[in-house]
Structure formats: C-alpha cells, structure tokens
Design a protein around this ligand. Structure first.
Ligand SMILES: [Zn+2]
Length: 270
C-alpha cells in the first residue's frame, strides 16, 4: 500500500465521499465501495477517478505543466492574496477545476485546521496535483462525489460552474469564491493573435442571478517576462486551444516583453 493511497483513503473517508447513488462509500482494500455495490478503485498515485467513462481530454499534460510553472512563479498570486483572508480556520474547502492543485495546496498550508478536496475533469491535472495534503479526484462538477452541505468554501477559479450542485454541497453559511478573467487578462497574447478583448461578463451576470454577491474586487498587474515564461503562457491558456502545434510554436517565437494578468474576484452566498 503506497503512503499516497493510504492518505487518499483517509482524506476520502474523513470527507465522507459519496457515490452517485447517494450512499456513503466505505473502504474495502484498495477500493471505495458503496452499499449498492458501486466501486471506485484507488489509484496508487494517490487519487480517485469518479468518472464512469473517460472524457476527451482537450487539456494536455503540457498545458498543465506550463500552468504549474506560471503558478509556482507567483504570476497568479493576486488570487491567493484575495482568497486567504476569506477563509477561516478549520474550514472544509472544495476546489472545483483545481488543475495542479496550486491554490488549494497553498491555502491548506496556511490556514490552520483546514482540509479539503480538489477535483478536475482532467486526469493529467489530478496526476500533477496528487499529494498528501488533500483529497484529489477526477470528477465532474455536475455530479460531485460529496454529501450535502459538507463544505464551508467552494473555490471556482477560472473554471466553469454548476450552481445547483454547488448549492447542494455547500453548508448553509458557506460561501463561493469565484474568479473570472478580466477584460485585460493576457492582453499581449490577444494582441499578438489579433483577438478582440473578451470579458466574461456573462459568467458574472449568471452568478449575480444565482447568488448574493458579498465582495467583488479586480486585480490587474503587468509583469516583465522572459522567453520561457512567454512560452509557458502561450501553452497554458485555453485561448490558444484552437491553434495547431505549429501555430503555437510560431506565436512562441515572437515573445512579448510583458504579460498582463487581470482577474475579477467575487465572494458570494448561494
Ligand atoms: Zn452507489
């Protein structure tokens, strides 16, 4: 039994991981088993895969690797600075679309007594995330493998939302923290590609219909970057998912000396 898998079971059972049929899982050997006989096998890399069939994975390992470099170099730490004061001690946190787990891991290491789960549709992402700090799951946010009203905080950072499911797993006093790209986000890449600026105002309007907004901030910062960092930004942004590898390489060969990050950060009650 790997230490990672052992810890994954402990994290899963402490959070009360739930089958899609609504029953609690119990541990049986290397599997989570529900009373109706559904079974999720633990992965020796230290995560669980709750998808009944694999999804076509548009986001590749290369994308998550590039994203991980960018996060670890602190380019998105404006998000972290917003998140930390919003989360109290002992909070149970769900990070939807966790990617390589950077934000959840950073929070858990800084907020005493906090615990949490990170889910992502991408197996590549969760394989990079899986460590001992949290419960890591390949799962669909439209069918969260958790019991009702379990979490104090849901993080939805640059990721889609399912408010019905969020409302189900969030405690009545809990809050959602949503981060969406602002109008100036990655302006240099849009300019290099002659794309028009897009503020995801629709996601914000949708959120305002579903939730009560408690706090809203925008953070914008322009960084000087080198060629490697430019390449990482090119590789990690979903903006460039429509480009072929050759087209991405071409774009990477004309580096911008700066990159702008711009986020809209919202805390809301559901
Ligand atoms: Zn079941």
């Amino acid at each position: 039994m790997s230490k990672k898998l052992d810890q994954a079971f402990q994290n899963a059972l402490n959070l009360g991981c739930q089958c899609k049929c609504g029953q609690q899982f119990v541990r049986e050997g290397n599997s989570l088993l529900c009373p109706n006989g559904h079974r999720i096998d633990g992965n020796k890399k230290g995560y669980f895969n709750f998808l009944s069939k694999p999804v076509s994975d548009a986001y590749t390992a290369r994308l998550f690797e590039a994203r991980s470099h960018i996060l670890n170099q602190g380019f998105f730490d404006g998000i972290l600075a917003f998140l930390l004061p919003e989360i109290r001690e002992d909070a149970k946190i769900l990070d939807c679309g966790t990617g390589d787990g950077y934000f959840l891991r950073s929070i858990l290491s800084q907020i005493p007594g906090s615990s949490g789960a990170g889910i992502d549709l991408s197996r590549y992402a969760i394989e990079q995330a899986a460590d001992l700090s949290a419960l890591w799951c390949v799962a669909d946010l439209r069918s969260l493998p958790f019991p009702d009203h379990l979490f104090d905080v849901i993080l939805d950072i640059l990721s889609p939302a399912d408010y019905r499911e969020f409302r189900r797993v969030l405690a009545p006093s809990g809050k959602l923290i949503k981060v969406i790209p602002g109008r100036e986000h990655l302006r240099e890449i849009r300019e290099a590609r002659k794309l028009s600026p897009v503020h995801e105002s629709l996601s914000e309007e949708h959120l305002a219909k579903e939730a009560r907004i408690l706090r809203r901030e925008e953070r914008l910062k322009t960084f000087s970057i080198n060629e490697t960092e430019w390449q990482n930004f090119i590789s990690m942004t979903p903006l460039n998912q429509d480009l072929t590898e050759d087209e991405q390489r071409e774009l990477a060969m004309h580096p911008s000396p700066t990159i702008t990050v711009h986020f809209v950060l919202i805390t809301a009650a559901l």
